[in-house]
Design a protein around this ligand. Structure first.
Ligand SMILES: Cc1cc2nc3c(=O)[nH]c(=O)nc-3n(C[C@H](O)[C@H](O)[C@H](O)COP(=O)(O)OP(=O)(O)OC[C@H]3O[C@@H](n4cnc5c(N)ncnc54)[C@H](O)[C@@H]3O)c2cc1C
Length: 581
């Protein structure tokens, strides 16, 4: 049984110990080992060789092998005091003297009775307790620390199997608080188990069943309403990710429930100092089209840890997220974006490295132009088609950007990305489903970087010649005014630009948005265009092309936070007054 295995593990440890074993004088586990093995056995605690007794003034009275002494201001909590007694016994065995205040400098353990906030009316505590005995000890400790405050506990059960095994003991332990809330079970990689879900735990309560909260802003709102005002301790208890829920509650309280400020407050200390966090950040200057409103929340993570923290916070605060590269395939609506825009622009996302064997590592924020430069310098051919595409590698992977008869996945060997579940993946090209301007896995996740592979080795001069000729042909065929590149995808069997040209739509204009006279598949911003102009122009171009050719043009440029289908609706018949040449 697992109990026998546990005993066996301790016995092995004791058998390997040569000199002395220190055991707590309390608890049956210690009792079972007291007479076994060769090393000297000593105990610490109320009835131990090293005697430690709590006194009425909050101190510890030492006796037995310690000699008579008193310890002032030990840490609060039964287990903290037991551990403190063990530490003092070790010091004695080492003949290291200690002062009466030796334990008062102990700051506590992370996620153990961590005080997230304390003011006159509210104390917020977070603790890792996930076993009924631990929970009882924690409740006793919290009651002792602040006896005059009401005690509210939010408990997140950890693992379905543990919840199933201990649900009645959990209910007994948790019934001792003044008000209790539960969160859904933290799975810790387990599959759901009958009898081990939070509803099963709710049923284990004899008295009034506790309320189950959702782990999101609604759950926080519900908790705030129920807790009310007055001297209260709110403890967030469990070994899963309840610490984030506790952190969110604390940030909400500290910022008087203003969610933008709470988001910043929550992230402080959870992201690196280099991570940029902003609110109401203008986006037009981060796109090539130079159009659109602001992002309500905006961040530039400086590393993967920052990115993960941002994603966790976005989930908790219920924010939609968008990953921004160079904004060269993007239309930002005039009203902006109510969610979180994450942009990969810090130094960690701009790293490239020539790996040998014709390969190149490149992080998500590296500009395609820079990749061409590095590759040419290293004599790696095959990347020249990227010259002149004004994006970064993350966006190019997501879009499977292409030109001159090649596309991104021609040169991809592996891609490192976070999948939609937030798991880090490092997969070879064959694992991806890619096609014209789409890569399924990356459109659901976040590209972090890629290993690109060269077709062959050539001299730098011949590679640069090819880059130069591609660049010249772009200059001749593409407009200089701000745009987002080709506005429509090529329909099957035809070219959007050719159709627009053939049916005389070049020059069509709405406000300051215009179908380019240089390249029919570009909509350009002639100065001061707004997103509504571009959207209306897209609608009108589609209507004309559909009416005249039967082709339905689908936008290639992405519309931030919206679906083109919703915005455009059905294709309309051509209207009087449409300027369609
Ligand atoms: C003048 C001009 C010429 C162009 N020529 C071409 C061309 O020849 N061929 C071509 O294919 N395109 C072309 N484009 C369009 C555009 O440059 C490409 O689609 C480019 O790959 C987009 O990269 P970006 O970094 O700007 O992405 P963004 O526009 O910032 O984003 C595009 C999409 O990629 C997603 N994304 C960005 N970074 C990541 C990431 N790290 N992980 C997951 N998703 C991410 C975004 O969420 C968004 O959905 C052109 C654009 C312009 C303005």
């Amino acid at each position: 049984s697992s109990a026998a295995m546990l005993d066996g593990a301790f016995l092995q440890l004791i058998a390997r110990t040569k000199q002395r074993v220190l055991l707590s004088s309390e608890g049956d586990l210690s009792g079972r080992f007291i007479e076994t093995g060769g090393a000297e056995r000593l105990t610490f605690g109320p009835g131990g060789d090293f005697r430690v007794l709590a006194d009425a003034d909050g101190g510890l009275q030492l006796g037995g092998r310690f000699g008579e002494a008193r310890i002032e201001s030990p840490p609060v909590g039964r287990f903290n005091q037991i551990n403190g007694a063990a530490a003092l016994a070790v010091l004695s065995l080492l003949n290291a003297g200690f002062s009466a205040d030796v334990l008062s400098s102990f700051r506590g353990m992370a996620r153990r009775q961590t005080v997230l906030h304390r003011d006159l009316t509210l104390t917020v505590v977070e603790d890792y307790a996930h076993h009924p005995t631990e929970i009882t000890a924690l409740i006793d400790c919290l009651r002792a620390m602040e006896p005059e405050r009401r005690l509210v506990v939010v408990f997140q059960p950890h693992r379905y199997s543990r919840t199933k095994q201990f649900k009645h003991a959990f209910a007994d332990a948790l019934q001792a608080v003044d008000q209790l809330f539960l969160l859904p079970v933290y799975a810790a990689h387990e599959s759901e188990l009958d009898g081990g879900r939070v509803v099963d735990l709710v049923e284990a309560f004899d008295a009034e069943p506790p309320e189950v909260l959702s782990m999101d802003p609604d759950g926080i709102g519900r908790l705030v309403d129920s807790v009310g005002t007055g001297p209260v301790t709110v403890a967030f208890v469990g070994a899963g990710d309840i610490d984030h829920f506790g952190g969110m509650f604390t940030s909400m309280h500290r910022t008087e429930f203003e969610s933008s400020a709470a988001w910043c407050d929550f992230l402080k200390g959870r992201v690196s100092p280099e991570c940029v966090l902003k609110q109401e950040e203008p986006l037009s200057n981060k796109t090539t089209m130079r159009i659109g409103g602001a992002a309500r929340f905006y961040a530039e993570p400086s590393n993967l840890c920052d990115l993960r923290a941002l994603l966790r916070a976005a989930k908790l605060f219920g924010l939609e997220t968008f990953y921004l590269g160079r904004g060269s395939n993007l239309l930002v609506p005039d009203e902006g974006f109510a969610g979180l825009v994450i942009r990969f622009s810090g130094p960690a996302w701009r790293r490239t490295e020539v790996l040998g064997s014709g390969r190149l590592w490149t992080a998500a924020g590296v500009r395609l132009k820079e990749i061409c430069g590095h590759a040419a310098k290293a004599g790696l051919a095959g990347f020249e088609f990227l010259e002149g595409i004004p994006g970064a590698i993350g966006g190019a992977l997501r879009m499977n950007a292409g030109a001159m008869g090649n596309w991104m996945f021609d040169v991809v060997e592996r891609v490192q990305f976070l999948d939609e579940a937030g798991q880090l993946q490092d997969l070879p090209k064959d694992a991806f489903h890619f096609g014209y301007r789409k890569v399924e896995e990356i459109s659901r996740g976040i590209a972090l970087g890629a290993i690109l592979k060269s077709a062959e080795v050539e001299t730098e001069a011949s590679i640069r010649d090819r880059m130069h000729s591609y660049s010249s042909s772009r200059k001749e065929s593409q407009p200089r005014d701000p745009s987002a590149g080709c506005i429509f995808k090529n329909p099957h069997g035809n070219f959007a630009g050719k159709l627009i040209d053939t049916y005389g739509v070049k020059g069509m204009r709405v406000g300051a948005a215009e179908v380019s006279a240089v390249h029919g598949n570009f909509i350009v911003n002639r100065g001061g265009a707004c997103a509504a102009d571009v959207i209306e122009l897209v609608r009108q171009v589609r209507a004309v092309i559909h009416a005249k050719s039967g082709y339905v043009l689908e936008p290639e440029v992405l519309l931030l936070g919206k679906s083109w289908d919703d915005v455009l609706g059905e294709i309309e018949p051509i209207k009087e007054g449409m300027n369609h040449g």
